[in-house]
Ligand binder design. Structure first.
Ligand SMILES: NC(=O)c1ccc[n+]([C@@H]2O[C@H](COP(=O)([O-])OP(=O)(O)OC[C@H]3O[C@@H](n4cnc5c(N)ncnc54)[C@H](OP(=O)(O)O)[C@@H]3O)[C@@H](O)[C@H]2O)c1
Length: 387
């Protein structure tokens, strides 16, 4: 392994040996909403030497200190730094976990820098083109002998793991409809910017065998989740699964994904505002992100702390009989935000344990089982309701 640069040298011989024996993981955006939760778990893994990075070095150092780690493990680092590959190599990084979204509209500079530095790369992207397009880096990643994956999060890592688990019960899997109802805790600004970037805007999805347009946050439904979550309003979202699933499950005629806020009033407000974009009265809802983010933080204590995910699969079984399966994940006590972190934690654990992951670049599907994903959420109030 390369030696660490000035400022990250271990203090003592014991620390030096520990550092060398560990798998060095940089969480880019490690003091952000999801990054902080990923780091909270990885910091307790003795095989991992965790580095927390973001553009603000003070916040990065504060974040590592809060986890009981030396402040040298918090670094100022910018994802758009042209010398990022050299920084990664200098820090001795073996795996980068990239949470510094939004990914919609981002290029693959961070992944390319990781490949150049000989490091594995995992991101939490939820942009459809970004996640599907990561395969463009496949040849480069193979040559470098590193593992590169995009969408290591609820979508498509967990959603595809659920469908994979049940796929053998179908002779023909014709439809996958899935969705997420969030709890009170508002995600970070990057997540909100990603979602609001397509509110009211058209995008294609496959329904009944035809690709046709729907609009972000529209096409509203009221979905009934198992107790204690109950009924929630959901609207259409532009996510990687909409293009990845029709390719992965060749018989599917329908793939939909919808999401909703815990507050019905908040959901209806964004649904109503999305019409301003759809009918060209506003170019984008992005200017609303900062004020709505503040408001949703203020309202957290008045809104349900429960969230849920569903995956509904329909088709015919191996004997040609109709088959409908419904899988749920229920989170209480505001533990829902840990769910998107499960994939990167589980993959990081595998890498730190020395398990072989494929060289190459791929969307995060077929790399984790549902059980491996959920094991990474051990200790949180997240409960599966199997189909
Ligand atoms: N696929 C899924 O199912 C799924 C689910 C949920 C979330 N996500 C994704 O998770 C991502 C993270 O969301 P979040 O809610 O945690 O966002 P967040 O709280 O805004 O965190 C983003 C972090 O990235 C850092 N950052 C931003 N620009 C940077 C840059 N140029 N260089 C280095 N660091 C930078 C930020 O710190 P500074 O600004 O101080 O640098 C911050 O720490 C989102 O983009 C979302 O797409 C995916």
């Amino acid at each position: 392994m390369k030696s660490p640069p000035a400022g990250t040298e271990p203090q003592s011989r014991t620390e030096e040996l520990t550092h060398r024996a560990s798998h060095v993981i940089l969480v880019l955006g490690g003091y952000g909403f999801f990054g902080e939760r990923i780091c909270g778990v990885l910091a307790r893994n003795e095989r991992v030497h965790l580095i927390i990075g973001g553009r603000d070095g003070v916040r990065a150092r504060k974040a590592v200190r809060a986890l009981g780690l030396p402040s040298t493990q918090g670094v100022a680092i910018d994802a758009s730094d042209p010398a990022l590959a050299e920084r990664l190599a200098g820090l001795g990084v073996r795996t980068v976990i990239h949470t510094a979204g939004p990914f919609q509209g981002q290029d693959y500079a961070v992944a390319r820098a990781a490949i150049t530095a000989g490091a594995n790369y995992i991101d939490l992207a939820d942009g459809r083109d970004f996640v599907a397009g990561i395969a463009l880096l496949d040849a480069e990643a193979r040559v470098a002998g590193v593992f590169v994956t995009s969408g290591a999060s609820s979508l498509p890592a967990l959603s595809s793991a659920v469908v994979d688990r049940y796929a053998s019960r179908f002779g023909k899997l014709q439809s996958v409809r899935h969705g997420i109802a969030s709890g009170a805790r508002a995600p970070g600004i990057a997540t909100m910017r990603g979602v609001f970037s397509y509110c009211g805007k058209p995008f294609n999805r496959l329904e009944n065998g035809h690709w046709g347009p729907t609009h972000g946050w529209q096409d509203m439904i009221c979905h009934r989740f198992p107790s204690p979550v109950g009924r929630r309003l959901l609207g259409s979202c532009d996510v990687p699964d909409l293009i990845l699933f029709p390719a992965r499950y060749p018989d599917v005629q329908t793939v939909t994904f919808q999401a909703g806020f815990a507050s019905p009033a908040g959901h209806l407000f964004v649904w109503a505002a999305s019409h301003l974009v759809r009918f060209h009265l506003m170019h984008s809802l992005l200017p609303l992100v900062a004020p709505l983010h503040r408001i949703s933080r203020w309202l957290e204590s008045f809104v349900s702390d429960k969230g849920a995910m569903f995956v509904s699969m329909a088709g015919t079984d191996t004997k040609g009989q109709p088959l409908d399966l419904h899988w749920y994940l229920i989170a209480t006590r505001n533990h829902g935000p840990h769910i998107p972190c499960g994939a990167s934690i589980a993959l990081a654990r595998k890498l730190a344990n020395g398990e072989q992951l494929p060289s190459g670049a791929m969307p995060c599907m077929g790399l984790l089982s549902v059980d491996e994903y959920l094991n990474a959420l051990d200790g949180f109030d997240v409960r599966e309701v199997p189909a």
